[in-house]
Every structure is written in C-alpha cells, then in structure tokens.
Ligand binder design. Structure first.
Ligand code: NI
Length: 166
C-alpha cells in the first residue's frame, strides 16, 4: 500500500470529470487500497480518486460504519434538506455551513463489478453527494452561496500566493 499526497484547490484534476472505469483490474484494487490508506491517514471520511490525482470514477468512504468503495457511482435519489459544516481534504482546514438534500441514494459497482447501492440520511447522504461531486469535477465551493463563494475564493487565492488575508 502507498500513501498519496492529496491534491488541493487550484489543481486542475479537481475540476475535471473523472473517467468511468470499464475494467476492475488488479491496478484498480491496488488503487482502492491506497485510497483507503490515504483517507484514514488524512484523516477523512471519504476520498475520491481525483483527490490523489487519478481521474477515474471511484471513491472510498467510511463514516464509522465500515469501509466501502463505489465505482462509477451516480446519485439516483435525493430528498429533504440538511445543513452541515462541510469540509474537504482538498480545501484543508476550512468548513462552511452548506445546505444540501438530507437523503441521498447512489448506485454504482462494487469491487467485484456487481451493482451496488448505498443510501442514507445526514452524514452518509452528505458523503455520497460530496464524493460524487468530486467525480464530476466539482468542489464544495460550488455549493456555497455566490457571496460566500466569492469571499472564499479570494481568501484561497491569496493564501496560494502567500499573501496576507485582508
Ligand atoms: Ni472533498
């Protein structure tokens, strides 16, 4: 297994839609092992492959109920509404209250290539939405209100340039 550096805001791979996986090879199995190791080390509750620079449609997650991975996942159902202080390993040490649907159901493949579904409220629902956003090339910043997003981008860009935040 190997630890990967986590790509952060500004890296174009995070804004690129991930490619679907058409064959679950041993390389994909190794990738999943590496992603779990990287996620637990971070530590985080979810990690999508683009976050380690690999533009493939796969994420891993563990919200404390056991690890799981989804290949080529898509959201098939959303309902309700829930506000949560959401963060992202690719935008380190920042959290914003973000309202999204409370419940999410996602469909994809497991590591054996079998169809699999995960669904849940609140934290699980949020992780499914957040990770699948990553696979669509979207960061949580896109889920902020216009005003908050503008301010956040300003701060992140200044930080990247090593300038003081005013
Ligand atoms: Ni994230």
């Amino acid at each position: 297994m190997a630890l990967f550096p986590i790509r952060t805001f500004g890296d174009p791979v995070l804004r690129t839609a991930a490619q679907p996986i058409d064959e679950i090879s041993s390389a994909i199995e190794r990738l999943v092992d590496d992603m779990f190791e990287t996620m637990y080390e971070a530590p985080g509750v979810g990690l999508a492959a683009p976050q380690i620079g690999i533009s493939k449609s796969i994420f891993v997650a563990d919200i404390g109920e056991g690890p799981f991975a989804m290949i080529n996942p898509e959201i098939v159902e959303l309902s309700g509404e829930w506000e949560w202080e959401e963060g992202c390993l690719s935008v380190p040490e920042r959290f914003w209250p973000i309202t999204r649907p409370a419940f999410a159901r996602a469909r994809g493949l497991d590591l054996s290539g079998e169809a699999v579904e995960y669904s849940g409220d609140e934290l699980l629902g949020r992780v499914l939405q957040h990770e699948i956003d990553h696979l669509n090339g979207m960061l949580l910043l896109e889920r902020l209100s216009r005003r908050v997003k503008k301010q956040a981008l300003r701060e992140l860009r200044q930080e990247a340039l090593g300038m003081p935040i005013t």
